[in-house]
Design a binder for this molecule. Structure first.
Ligand code: CA
Ligand code: CA
Length: 510
């Protein structure tokens, strides 16, 4: 089989040269192909990607009612469910695998596998493998798949068989169908490339992106530390890789003495086409026979459904066709229902608002009642209290009145003052003069009072003094007084005359 020769994986230069010598047929294909791959630098524009549904699975409706996965076959202990395939449960010595039903013939491809390897132990076993092989390795002891595979296996090896403390590890091993996997040494000497990554018990699913493009196999890993799906980091690369022209994609797992749950959440395959090359039409991949088969299957199901419907209607004549109509709704029905639901929600909101408004109004009414009861001063038990209150209010009112009066007075003063200042210009010193007069009046009043006081004090004191003092000087008679005054006046006149005579004599002398 020519494909058998061509479908062979090798990367190391040493290995390649030996193969070339031993297998002359390879010269027809490989050396030039390898050369082209080696010289070909990374393309400027990315390749065209097309999702291949027939080589993929993904939740949430991963499994069919009969327990199978569409376009895939599962073996061993694998348990497909709605959102994942448990390749092995965490039990001892389990093995399981899932393989595409049909063989692919993509020149370049990419697979994105999302999985979880979880176990209660600090160490788990054995591991998980992603395959691209010329045949389905449905059963075997290489991570749950067949040994002597033709193609490539990417192993997520949990258990450290050789005790070199280098597990968990991701290893790529190519095989042309002759190699026997060295399980005891974790395939250390057979590995084309490897990278140490712990993929067990991660908070988020681990993602592996395996790309085979222009004969270079690249593995990128999302370590499951973040929910970011695109958080990939480089793990390993194998250049000058030869793979079978046609192959099956698969994923397998196994447990040993130790056991982990090996769950695959999704397996997405993309066909890559180099820029400039024509993209193969998708329908060409599906054989006519399969098309017919699926069409037949569909028609068969349709007929069965109709039959069941009829039977049901016969058994339940009351329900008639309404049941079926109730289960499925048309676009118009859905729109109407959505409008109705929206309106219902608005109606409910309004109802709620109304209830709240009623509550507020009720509260207000209560307050108003309480206030009016207090105001009317009911004759009940609270009579005294209200009287006291009233008294207090009256008092404060009186106080207020006095204050108001005071303010009024002071305002009047201010007005007067302002009036005075207004008239100051025209009436001149009118205000001043009135003030003056009032001052004089006051002073006069004070003088008058003082005199009165003096008179009152003097009246009794005269009697007392007269009794104490000698009678002559104090009780002077008017006659003596006048005589004294006349003598003094005569003396004054004579002195004045004398002085005028003296002054006249002095003037004459000078
Ligand atoms: Ca191992
Ligand atoms: Ca190891």
């Amino acid at each position: 089989m020519a494909a058998r020769v061509a479908l062979f994986a090798a990367a190391a230069g040493r290995l390649l040269s030996v193969e070339c010598l031993l297998l002359p047929l390879l010269l027809l294909f490989s050396p030039c192909r390898f050369g082209a791959a080696a010289d070909g630098s990374a393309p400027a524009s990315p390749p065209h990607r097309r999702f291949e549904y027939k080589y993929s699975f993904k939740g949430p409706h991963l499994v069919q009612s009969d327990g199978t996965v569409p376009f895939w076959v599962h073996t061993g202990n694998a348990i497909p469910s709605a959102d994942q395939i448990r390749i092995t449960p965490s039990l001892k010595s389990q093995r399981g695998s899932v393989w595409t039903k049909s063989v692919s013939s993509f020149e370049n491809w990419e697979v994105q596998v999302t999985f979880r390897v979880t176990g209660r132990g600090r160490i788990g076993a054995d591991g998980l493998a992603i395959w691209y092989t010329s045949h389905q390795g449905l059963d075997g002891n290489v991570f749950g798949a067949a040994d002597s595979w033709n193609g490539v296996g990417i192993f997520f090896d949990s258990f450290d068989n050789d005790g070199k403390k280098n597990n968990p590890v991701i290893v790529v091993i190519g095989n042309d169908g002759h190699l026997i996997y060295d399980h005891q040494n974790d395939g250390a000497t057979q590995a084309l490339a490897s990278c140490q990554r712990d993929f067990r018990n991660k908070p988020y699913p681990v993602r592996a992106k395996v790309t085979f493009y222009q004969n270079t196999l690249t593995v990128m890993i999302n370590n499951g530390f973040t929910p970011n799906k695109e958080d990939y980091e480089f793990c390993l690369k194998v250049d000058k890789m030869m793979l079978p022209k046609q192959g099956y994609f698969g994923i397998s797992a196994a447990t040993g003495g130790l056991a982990d749950d090996h769950d695959v959440l999704s397996f997405l395959t993309f066909q890559l086409t180099e820029p400039g090359k024509t993209v193969p039409p998708p329908d060409s991949e599906i054989p006519e026979m399969e098309k017919d088969k699926y069409q037949e299957e569909f028609e068969h199901f349709q007929q069965e459904l109709d039959k069941k419907k009829e039977e049901f209607q016969k058994d339940h004549p009351d329900m008639q066709e309404h049941l079926a109509d109730d289960v499925y709704e048309s676009i118009g029905d859905r729109e109407l229902r959505q409008i109705f639901e929206g309106q219902n929600r608005i109606h409910l909101e309004i109802k709620q608002l109304n209830r709240q408004l009623d509550l507020i109004l009720d509260e207000q009414r209560k307050y108003v009642d309480r206030i009016t009861k207090r105001g009317s001063g009911t004759m009940g038990e609270q009579g005294q209290v209200t009287e006291n209150d009233l008294e207090a209010i009256l008092k404060t009112q009186e106080d207020l009145l006095t204050y108001v009066n005071e303010i009024k007075n002071s305002m009047g003063d201010v007005l007067k003052l302002s009036g005075g200042s207004q008239h100051a210009g025209s009436a001149g010193g009118l205000y001043e003069s009135t003030q003056h007069f009032s001052d004089i009046k006051e002073h006069l009043h004070v003088v008058k009072k003082d005199i009165e006081n003096l008179v009152q004090q003097n009246l009794p004191s005269e009697k007392q003094k007269c009794a104490d003092l000698p009678p002559f000087p104090s009780c002077l008679s008017t006659t003596y007084f006048f005589v004294f005054v006349a003598v003094q006046t005569l003396l004054l006149i004579s002195y004045m005359m004398y002085r005028s005579q003296q002054e006249a004599a002095a003037k004459k002398f000078f």
